[in-house]
Design a protein around this ligand. Sequence first.
Ligand code: NAP
Length: 287
Amino acid sequence: MTNLKLDVIGDPIGHSKSPLIHETVLESIGIPHEYRKVRVEKGSLKAYIDEVKMLGISGFNLTIPHKTDIIPYLDYIDDEARIFNSVNTVKVENGKLWGYNTDGRGFLRAMEGKGFFADKKNVVLIGAGGVASCIALKMILEGASSLTIINRSKAPAEAISENVFKHTGKKIRVLPFSKESFCLAACDCDILINSTPLGMQGTEKDFEDLTFLEGLKPSALVYDLIYNPSETKLLSTAKSLGINALNGLGMLIYQGLLADEIFLGRSLDFEYLGAKIESKFKKLNFF
Ligand code: NAP
């Protein structure tokens, strides 16, 4: 059997956990493979794509700063990636590039796996970066009753709001990053998501005031997309108040497994492979 040749590209790329996820999956199901981490600088996608075709690469994952820049180079883009304006998985078939986004589905699958569903829920999203823009649309498409974005800068939050309206006709609320906003948004919130790096290992900054969590109902979910540390101050405080807490590890694993399903063109056993990936992370003391 010939090797499946896959890459992850980004800049920086050294920190990427993608090789570990995909190698664990491919080893577990017996697919011979090579999985490279390739540093591709912003503006260098054309040269990388030429290399992909020359080397016979079967597919690649993308991280910052290429998720939107790749779009003009694709021969096909799936609906979700198109409306998210973000691609994290490219499959190469007969020299053609097929672009997908598995972040939204990975995010949702992890949440649903814990018994939480977006339908008819009031959602509060902290942050308005690349991932937030996918999640905002995903939550509305999944039937959320309302969505509030709280962000430090107004412009990116307004841009997400416009994109959500363009694709769904739904209006969302944008609030500034202030104690008053958090308290206001918490009172009828069912699902609160952190998509900022606040509390992430290697980032000095964290939430300064978490008293707004006291305003959440006990049935609410606090979902922090951070997976390192496995329990941020946001999550430990929510837990201490008896509120449900979920970190970003499930999303990380599921977006990878969904990408592997695209590369392989077949469905995978998420429970079995997800556990394999998690135990590999633990063995290597990643968190
Ligand atoms: P991004 O595009 O850089 O966006 C970062 C967001 O955080 C922006 O809205 C930014 O606000 C806000 N922010 C940054 N520093 C802040 C601070 N000190 N105070 C308040 N807000 C701040 O990042 P991204 O790609 O969306 O990723 C966001 C986070 O999601 C990452 O940090 C990572 O932990 C997590 N993530 C998890 C997964 C997973 O699989 N679990 C996948 C991807 C990302 P401004 O607009 O004001 O700059």
